[in-house]
Design a protein. Structure first.
Length: 134
């Protein structure tokens, strides 16, 4: 099971912007409706997901972020698609395609509109700025 584990000893918690070259490389990494259960649900609701939280079921850092994600969803009427990667190979492949080894663990937050990410556990204000594209 050690080979499947993806986590951080020291989460960075920072928001990083991709360079133009990296953003161009990631053009194909946009979430396509129908590729995951979460994307399918959102497509049927009439919205394509653009805020994504990649997480592991047993990840304590991920569980610590759940309350902040719920607060964000309620406060700003947004939906964060939650994709489990430790037990779902398709979601893990999507994470690897988007992350390309930069973070290498979870939680990993991806904003498909701004191409910005958060690597690891973070505070609410940082999560809010990420979601709002600030």
């Amino acid at each position: 099971m050690a080979s499947k584990r993806r986590t951080h000893d020291k989460p960075t918690g920072g928001v990083a912007e991709r360079s133009e070259r990296d953003a161009a490389d990631r053009t194909s990494a946009r979430v396509k409706p129908g590729k995951t259960r979460a994307a399918t649900k959102m497509k049927s609701a009439g919205a394509e997901p653009h805020l994504i939280m990649f997480h592991g079921t047993e990840c304590p850092h991920c569980r610590n972020m759940d309350e902040s994600v719920e607060q964000l969803e309620k406060e700003f009427k947004v939906k964060v698609a939650k994709l489990e990667v430790w037990h779902n190979d398709k979601n893990a492949q999507l994470l690897e395609m988007i992350d390309k080894g930069f973070c290498g663990g979870v939680p990993f937050f991806w904003n498909a509109k701004t191409k910005r990410h958060i690597c690891g556990e973070t505070d609410y204000d940082t999560l809010k700025d990420w979601a709002l594209g600030k």
